[in-house]
Design a binder for this molecule. Structure first.
Ligand code: XMP
Length: 511
């Protein structure tokens, strides 16, 4: 079994960052809600436990506490921020509101390096975010480091491998944060870096084979990174038993079906079934302008088309999906469910309806890990680095009513933008970029004639996970070139604008 760490989530906004950092050290870890039961914890067999931060204060009524078992496991424990308070509370120290709250950078003065600060300097920049601090230190603990406003910034149990940090090693502002977590993982817990893309692939092939046996597996291939990596992984495990179905909704990127054909051409046994469903999608979208209605129509039509295509394969018992780890983590929401801003199109409901069992080989991976696995499987870099593309496709990038002419126009404009980004080496430095067709016309001149054509907006953003985003400052000379190519080469568009809105308040897509 690989090294494995359990991260208990008490609702901090940074919990995923802890996991990503540990995974980047090639050590496997999972995030689970703070109230995981004793049975769940012991079944997981953690070799170390990390307690995350939280918006709560440990002395507050209703503050989240872990199952007592974690203190009896005997494995190394690292408490971060609120996690530190839990450690101190468990050992009967006291936590009170701090005299001085501390948010932002602080200078950590290390007086005892122990195992956890090995290789660091006497003074290091760390990121603090807390309103409580320890007022009574339990006897069993010693102080390793402090800051100007916080005497107990890092603590260690005198006899057990239990550490507590008031600052956040998982955020980039803590300059040596990664080293501190590495010291905990390798130095304190003695784990080994044994979780690599290669080992993941090897484990997955065995898992897929044992789950699926000799049955067929259906897979909805979209041409994006996740479904392509899932397809190749499953293909490597079970060969011809995989039935990938590509539904061309007519709302995809420029020449997408051809691209998918080319992508999988080195694997002649991996035969993608192409379903041209453009007409049915466009017919159902006729006269529809409301974005949410468009999404619903596309979602249900997709299921219908996929189901019809799949009904040929009577022996198929499984449906493969490119579900990723962020979709799986049971996030701890203290503020109740968040409001749905946009309902996302997916094939939810399909497995139950068709009585299929799910195969989700990527459900343990973050996006950057999926890319690593894809690379390791031999997929080309151009696919691996591909920007996200929404399920409802160009329908949410053609504002207002959608028709085939508008789709063709937008596909061309978008292709020019994207190929120029590639050409200028800007594509991989942008998180997502695309063109949008606006439902307005504006006056222009073409030669000696007056034109009255459509407006196209260019959108480029930088983001980490799509939750927030900043518009990308593309070079003006580049924008000039793209604008002139679009107006010269795409009939029907005479004006091009560049979107300079961040998210929030705007969203990334226009609809
Ligand atoms: P927004 O527009 O919500 O987009 O800021 C955040 C990210 O999600 C993508 N997106 C979608 N993806 N179905 C999808 O599969 C959808 O309906 C959808 N709407 C937005 C968007 O492209 C961006 O990456």
């Amino acid at each position: 079994m690989h090294s494995r760490i359990l991260i208990l989530d008490f609702g901090s906004q940074y919990t995923q960052l802890i996991a990503r950092c540990i995974r980047s050290l090639q050590v496997y870890c999972e995030i689970h809600p703070y109230n995981w039961s004793a049975k769940q914890i012991s079944d997981f067999h953690p070799q170390a436990v990390i307690l995350s931060g939280s918006p709560y204060s440990v002395s507050q009524a209703g503050a989240p506490h872990p199952d007592d078992l974690i203190w009896q496991l005997g494995v190394p424990i690292l408490g971060i921020c609120y996690g530190m308070q839990l450690v101190i509370d468990h050992y009967e120290g006291k936590v009170n509101p701090a005299e001085k709250r501390e948010y932002g950078f602080a200078e950590l003065r290390i007086r005892d390096f122990g195992d956890i600060f090995r290789g660091l300097g006497h003074s290091e920049a760390v990121w603090m975010s807390h309103g409580d601090s320890i007022s009574l230190l339990p006897e069993e603990f010693e102080v390793l480091a402090s800051t100007e406003n916080c005497s107990y910034a890092a603590l260690k149990h005198k006899g057990k491998p239990v550490y507590a940090l008031q600052f956040h090693p998982e955020v980039v502002h803590t300059v040596k944060g990664r080293e501190i977590l590495a010291n905990f993982v390798f130095g304190v817990a003695g784990l080994v870096a044994d979780w690599t893309p290669g080992s993941f692939i090897e484990d997955s092939l065995a898992k897929i084979r044992s789950q699926v046996g000799d049955k067929q597996v259906l897979l909805g291939l979209s041409g994006g990174v996740d479904s392509s990596v899932a397809a190749l992984l499953i293909y490597k495990a079970i060969g011809k038993q995989l039935i990938p179905i590509f539904v061309d909704t007519g709302l995809m990127r420029y020449k997408e079906a051809e691209r998918v054909k080319e992508l999988f051409s080195p694997y002649p046994e991996l035969q993608v079934r192409f379903v041209d469903a453009a007409e049915i999608f466009l017919t159902r979208l006729k006269g529809v302008s409301d974005p949410e209605r468009k999404r619903k129509i596309i979602g249900s039509t997709f299921i219908e088309v996929f189901e019809t295509a799949a009904s040929e394969y009577k022996d198929a018992c499984f449906l493969a999906q490119g579900t990723l780890y962020p979709d799986v983590i049971e996030s701890v929401s203290f503020a109740g469910p968040s409001v749905t801003i946009k309902s996302h199109h997916n094939v939810g409901g399909l497995p139950e309806k068709m009585h299929l069992k799910l195969v989700e080989p990527l459900r343990e991976l973050f996006k950057d890990e999926v890319r690593e696995v894809g690379r390791c499987l031999g997929l080309p870099d151009k696919l691996i680095q591909r920007h996200p593309f929404p399920g409802p496709g160009l329908a949410v990038r053609i504002l207002g009513e959608v028709d085939s002419e508008k789709v063709a126009m937008l596909q061309k404009a978008d292709e020019i933008f994207i190929s120029e980004l590639h050409g200028e080496d800007l594509y991989n430095r942008t998180w997502q970029a695309f063109a949008v067709l606006l439902p307005i016309r504006s006056v222009g001149v073409m030669g000696d004639e007056r034109s009255y054509d459509q407006v196209c907006a260019l959108r480029a953003v930088n983001s980490v996970d799509g939750m927030t985003a900043d518009w990308t400052e593309l070079p003006l000379g580049f924008l000039k070139k793209v604008s002139s190519r679009i107006s010269n080469e795409v009939k029907g568009i005479s004006r091009i604008v560049f979107d300079i809105s961040s998210k929030p308040p705007a969203t990334i897509e226009w609809e």
